[in-house]
Design a protein around this ligand. Structure first.
Ligand code: UDP
Ligand code: MG
Length: 335
């Protein structure tokens, strides 16, 4: 770990006064049908809090009029930051951009489709003020999701927790409260493979879990299809574990051992009993099996090498095209 990161983890820095209490970080991509309802719901909840907060909107390359809508949002009490990325970089990159731009003493990633109920925000703040550094929101039910999606999510968490060294809580999404110290650590992580659920859990710190019911999406469509989810699953596993490579080595050792034992048995039977070697089907099955295992292991190596290749290019995670800040007194400053 770099010395800069260590010093972040070890010292609790004094929090300058005047900072917004929390930053709600909202990445969105073509959410014109729900972004206004999202803003109104957030402002309503934040208005009920004692002090001023911040909402950070990140337009992840929308082609509809969501950005125009977001530019018109005002609040009497809260600061509103808007960032427009130059194209669609994906939710993970948009969320990273939002966390980097957030100024609050804590941050809460929030989906623009209102699947995460804003009414829970005060409870999350209470748990944080009672001492937790991360307040995880665990879905007690996954409403509106197919049995197939629920089962595959369960399986994915099982595999990932088995393989990786960090502990990922099942059914906890990006909707969680992160203390500024945690946000600073996440912002200092340099990797381009941003499996956010993993990165948000990586820093550790004191965690508290609250249960909630996640709403089904009201308007528009989920941006995830099974292919994208599979990609995310690979990203999650290969970013947080090298155990699959070790498993490939173990599989190689086991296969060689089985092959050697089988060779010895065949030799023994032929020499002692004079059995004719009826080899053709066995040969074919063995070759296909070994071919399959070898291709799988090469593919696995390729996944890791591909990630090394992407990391080595050191390209930025996202490109900011426009950035606007509206302070509570309604003045707009373009930066
Ligand atoms: N999103 C984004 N960039 C993308 C895809 C999604 O910023 O490329 C935003 C989306 O607008 C929403 C949030 O990420 O605010 C969650 O997306 P979605 O509802 O599609 O995901 P799901 O709830 O199905 O996991
Ligand atoms: Mg959603």
């Amino acid at each position: 770990m770099s010395s800069q990161l260590l010093s972040l983890v070890e010292q609790q820095r004094p929090i300058p006064s005047g900072l917004p209490l929390v930053s709600i970080v909202v990445p969105f991509f073509n959410e014109s049908k729900s972004i206004e309802a999202c803003h109104n719901a957030l402002v309503k909840v934040l208005d009920s809090l004692q002090t001023h907060c911040e909402i950070v909107y990140i337009d992840d390359g929308s082609s509809d009029d969501s950005w125009r809508q977001v530019c018109s949002f005002r609040s009497q009490k809260h600061q509103i930051s808007r960032i427009k990325l130059s194209r669609n970089f994906g939710k993970e990159a948009a969320l990273s951009a939002g966390l980097k731009a957030s100024n609050g003493r804590a941050a809460i990633p929030f989906d623009a489709d209102l699947q995460d109920p804003p009414e829970y925000i005060p409870k999350m703040i209470d748990a944080w003020q009672a001492g937790a550094d991360i307040v995880e929101m665990k879905r007690s039910e996954r409403l509106g999701e197919s049995t197939m999606k629920k089962t595959s999510a369960k399986l994915f968490y099982k595999i990932l927790n088995l393989l990786s060294d960090i502990e990922l809580s099942e059914n906890v999404g990006d909707f969680r409260l992160l203390d500024k110290r945690v946000v600073d650590v996440i912002n200092s992580l340099p990797e381009r493979s941003r499996y956010m659920k993993g990165l948000l859990s990586w820093p550790g710190f004191k965690r508290k879990t609250l249960l909630f019911n996640r709403n089904p999406r009201q308007t528009g469509e989920s941006k995830w299809n099974y292919f994208a989810l599979l990609h995310l699953a690979f990203e999650g596993i290969t970013s947080f574990s090298i155990k699959p490579l070790r498993l490939a080595t173990i599989a190689g050792v086991l296969t060689s051992f089985i092959a050697l034992s089988y060779a010895l048995i065949t030799l023994f039977k032929t020499l002692i009993y004079g059995d004719p070697v009826a080899g053709y089907p066995t040969l074919e099955i063995t070759m296909l099996f070994l071919g399959g295992v070898q291709l799988l292991c090469i593919g696995l190596l390729g996944e890791y090498i591909g990630r090394l290749f992407i990391e080595s290019k050191q390209r930025p995670l996202y490109v900011i095209m426009d950035k606007q800040l509206t302070s509570p007194c309604h003045q707009t400053a373009n930066k």
